[in-house]
Design a protein around this ligand. Structure first.
Ligand SMILES: [Mg+2]
Length: 133
C-alpha cells in the first residue's frame, strides 16, 4: 500500500462525499488530506502543493469535471505520473472508457465500501510504485 503519510487530494463538489471518502481512507490508515470542491480548485492545489501524491476525484462537478482534471494532469510534464482514481456514479459507467483512454489509474463506482476502494488503491500502488512503467 501507499505510505500512510502520503498526501491525498480528495475532490468532490459535495462536502458530505469528501468527508465520506476521507473517512474510508482514514479507516485504511491514511492521515494526510487536502480537499477541493471542483477540478479548477484541485488544479490550483496540485500546482501549489508539490507534495500531493495521490488524487481521488469525483467525476461530475461544476467548473472542471474529474475527467477534464485528469486530462490536464496527464498532459502536464510534472504531474503526468500522478496516481489518479475517479469516483463515478452508476450513470457515468458508460463513459468510463473515456477516462481509461485519458489515463485514469482506476475508478470506483459510488456508493463504494472501504474494501472496494482499498483494493483499487492496492492495484494503483502495484502499477505505479511497485512496477512503474
Ligand atoms: Mg459530483
Amino acid at each position: 500500500m501507499f505510505d500512510p503519510a502520503i498526501k491525498i487530494l480528495v475532490i468532490d463538489d459535495m462536502s458530505t462525499m469528501r468527508n465520506l471518502v476521507k473517512k474510508r481512507l482514514k479507516e485504511m490508515g491514511y492521515v494526510n488530506f487536502e480537499e477541493a470542491e471542483d477540478g479548477l480548485k484541485a488544479w490550483a492545489k496540485l500546482n501549489e502543493q508539490t507534495d500531493i501524491g495521490l488524487v481521488v476525484s469525483d467525476w461530475n462537478m461544476p467548473n472542471c469535471t474529474g475527467l477534464e482534471l485528469l486530462k490536464k494532469v496527464r498532459t502536464d510534464s510534472r504531474l503526468k505520473q500522478m496516481p489518479f482514481i475517479l469516483l463515478t456514479a452508476e450513470a457515468e459507467v458508460s463513459q468510463v472508457k473515456q477516462a481509461v483512454l485519458a489515463g485514469v489509474d482506476s475508478y470506483c463506482i459510488k456508493p463504494f465500501t472501504m474494501e472496494s476502494l482499498k483494493s483499487k488503491l492496492e492495484q494503483v500502488y502495484a502499477k505505479r510504485v511497485e512496477k512503474p512503467k
